[in-house]
Ligand binder design. Sequence first.
Ligand SMILES: Cc1cc2nc3c(=O)[nH]c(=O)nc-3n(C[C@H](O)[C@H](O)[C@H](O)COP(=O)(O)O)c2cc1C
Length: 291
Amino acid sequence: MEMSIEIAGIRWKNSITTAAGTFSYKDSPKYYDPALLGAVTTKGVSPERWAGNEIPRIAEVTSGMLNAVGLENPGVDVYIENELQILKAAGATVIANVAGHCKEDYLTVVRKLDITNVDMLELNVSCPNVREGGMAFGVDPDAVYGLTQEIKAITAKPVIVKLSPNVTDICKIAAAAERGGADALSLINTLVGMRIDLKTGRPILANGTGGLSGPAIKPIAISMVYRVSRSVGIPIIGMGGIMTGEDAYEFLLAGATAVAVGTAALIDPQAPVRVLHELEACIEKYGKPVE
Ligand SMILES: Cc1cc2nc3c(=O)[nH]c(=O)nc-3n(C[C@H](O)[C@H](O)[C@H](O)COP(=O)(O)O)c2cc1C
């Protein structure tokens, strides 16, 4: 079946990508060929190496998980030399997820990625697990507009802005990103959550709060994709709790052009390709969703 799509001028073999932070260039290829997916989205990358947050960083919850990894990564130079080249040599379409504590951080990473063979950039203005940058940007329409505009001015790569669900009206943030020149949007990042240890009375995560992901957030993600897709004119990559092809199909019906598989891959490392095959079966059964 013809599954290819075009998103922000880039052709994907199909509409499936990985959600940032849940794909490992070292481990995931042991389970499937990354070139089978429409694209692979890699973990947030910052100007220098970030160590991430203290452990414990992960807690299980009903129908999902909390994480407070805190964007641990080796820094953009190492990313470009290792991960990016390995994935490109394997024939994958690569989306680099860009992280920063301040505007200058994002600009530094983008300047370096702009002169590589990376296919697309995804601005993570929605991470709930870093004190500065991340979600602090993503909840403020003016900050999202300004950052998107400055990034677009220094790169020819297509720019995806990744939105946070931790806002009063996600459509306002989506509109600001579109006005700033975003080529596409991705949503949703995780929702702020907490678990408390009954014995100590203290939060289980060392960071206190973490980001909630997995099936628990899918109805929220679907409703946000539905609303945002009707309020902007740029394509949407939908994510949040996709475990099966039927879940992915539901996101396409809500208005997404493509979808990302995240937490599911931490349970079943083959989930992205399994979801792809299940999505194909779903399209045969129900037909291609009309955009
Ligand atoms: C362990 C973990 C690490 C993540 N790291 C990132 C990241 O580096 N950048 C980012 O934009 N989102 C990150 N996310 C958010 C996911 O990309 C995705 O938006 C979210 O988990 C919802 O999708 P899911 O329910 O399918 O996991 C991370 C999520 C998890 C669970």
